[in-house]
Design a protein around this ligand. Sequence first.
Ligand SMILES: O=P(O)(O)OP(=O)(O)OP(=O)(O)OC[C@H]1O[C@@H](n2cnc3c(O)ncnc32)[C@H](O)[C@@H]1O
Ligand SMILES: [Mg+2]
Length: 173
Amino acid sequence: MKQKSIYVGSENPAKIIAVESVFTESTVYPQDVPSLVSAQPLSDEETLEGAINRAKACAAREDGVLGIGLEGGVMEFHNQVFICNWGALVDETGELYIAAGARFPLPEVFKQPLREGQELGDLMDQYTNKQNARKKEGAVGIFTDGQVTRDQMFSHVLHILKGQYQLSKKARS
Ligand SMILES: O=P(O)(O)OP(=O)(O)OP(=O)(O)OC[C@H]1O[C@@H](n2cnc3c(O)ncnc32)[C@H](O)[C@@H]1O
Ligand SMILES: [Mg+2]
């Protein structure tokens, strides 16, 4: 039997597939909600904030649903640009859970265009000469030679969110 409805703050198939693969007992509804951060977040803080804003906007849409936000961004560390990923879940009581995903260094040539405000998705498409990597394997898929795709990477984040939520639900009952 299907249980909770889950509102996910994105229409990107890589994110939706990830949520469906982890919350198999739920019905998943993609939502067009604002992240309220820049299209290309440039720090862990901004990326996490985008994920939380998406999750909160989703949870506010209907009583009793779970709201989920997933956000990709980049951040600088040890003089390199890293991809970073964050997820947030707001449960039916309004409690917030957060989790971070994989990070790895991007090519040096991406640093300046990213600093100037270009989106990683667009840079990836130019770099690979392909369209819409962000909706498929993602930068993580391309730079790991397919070992980890974007939906798989987000699945890991979602398992961590789901586990924290389950534990808190058990403690409440
Ligand atoms: O529709 P939404 O949910 O916004 O999906 P998105 O692909 O734009 O994803 P994010 O906003 O979370 O990511 C912010 C930016 O970083 C890019 N990005 C992040 N991770 C990526 C990846 O693994 N592969 C390609 N682009 C990625 C993405 O294309 C955006 O330009
Ligand atoms: Mg986006």
